[in-house]
Design a protein around this ligand. Structure first.
Ligand code: SAM
Length: 265
């Protein structure tokens, strides 16, 4: 029976085999890989992935699609978790994990943030997203697209935009151009803030007023920053700061007891 695409679940099904092939080629799955697919839908990616791996885990919110998948594949090949991916604890899937998905665009940012705490157990992530979101993910300081998403994700992942995907590759076609991104978690030797909470609080506050100079944008915190020592000008704007500079700012504010110590965040 034909499945009626559900808008509330961001359903746009891939119907262009050459795009599917390009995604699977980019992932390059091997038989023993521990792969989790988010939003398998009508199996456009699930099918070719299952041709390459012994076993696949999928997370699907749509009850009808989950039932269809269970009827198509035996549980020893396809493990279906019927759930909202934003509530799923990825620790249960083990490591090293490879996460793949043509994601529902309406939850892309929350999902990327949901996955961050699991980065240590992840080998790589390949996602199809709205191109505009991927442009923001990989943007560099000074770029118009550079913002909170860029800084937070770049502090944890090495990211590469792989290729664009036109609306006609989907049924129904979305209104926007899509693209595929590869995300590889940075290792334990990456630059790290002393407090993750302080880092996210400073980045969020700075970008809340991205065009304001930091001495204004950071409000009462600005007076506590030894600007020269941190190597940041108080007249700089959030959109000009590198990830390393945000880490330095977070560390001094954490040290001053303002953020990330259970108050002020
Ligand atoms: N992978 C399929 C493809 O490429 O044709 C479907 C992609 S479609 C853009 C997104 C899929 O994610 C749909 O199957 C949808 O039901 C599912 N989905 C949407 N929101 C979800 C959520 N919160 N948790 C898990 N799956 C979700």
């Amino acid at each position: 029976m034909k499945h009626q695409a559900r808008k509330r679940f961001g359903q746009h099904f891939l119907v262009d085999d050459s795009i599917t092939e390009s995604i699977v080629r980019a992932v390059n799955p091997r038989s023993g890989d521990n792969v989790v697919e988010i939003g398998p839908g009508l199996s456009a990616l699930t099918r070719p992935l299952l041709e390459r791996v012994d076993r696949l885990k999928v997370i699907e919110i749509d009850r009808d699609l989950a039932a269809r998948l269970r009827s198509q594949y035996p549980p020893e090949r396809l493990e279906v978790t019927e759930a909202d991916v934003l509530t799923v604890d990825f620790a249960q899937f083990g490591a090293p994990l490879r996460i793949v998905g043509n994601l529902p665009y309406n939850i892309s940012s929350p999902l990327l943030f949901h996955l961050m705490p699991y980065a240590d157990q992840v080998r790589d992530q390949h996602f199809m997203l709205q191109r505009e979101v991927i442009d923001r993910m990989v943007a560099q300081p000074g770029d118009a697209d550079y913002g909170r998403l860029s800084v937070m994700l770049q502090s944890r992942y090495d990211m590469e935009k792989l290729f664009d995907v036109p609306p006609e590759a989907f049924d129904p076609p979305p209104r926007v151009v899509s693209a595929v991104v590869r995300m590889i978690p940075l290792g334990a030797d990456r630059p790290r803030a002393r407090s993750d909470a302080a880092f996210s609080a400073v980045v969020a506050k700075a970008f809340a007023q991205r065009r304001k100079m930091l001495r204004r944008g950071l409000g009462e915190w600005a007076a506590l920053v030894p600007w020269d020592e941190v190597g940041v000008k108080e007249t700089a704007r959030a959109e000009e700061l590198s990830v390393a500079q945000f880490i330095a700012l977070a560390d001094v504010l954490h040290e001053a007891g303002v953020v990330g110590a259970g108050h002020g965040v």
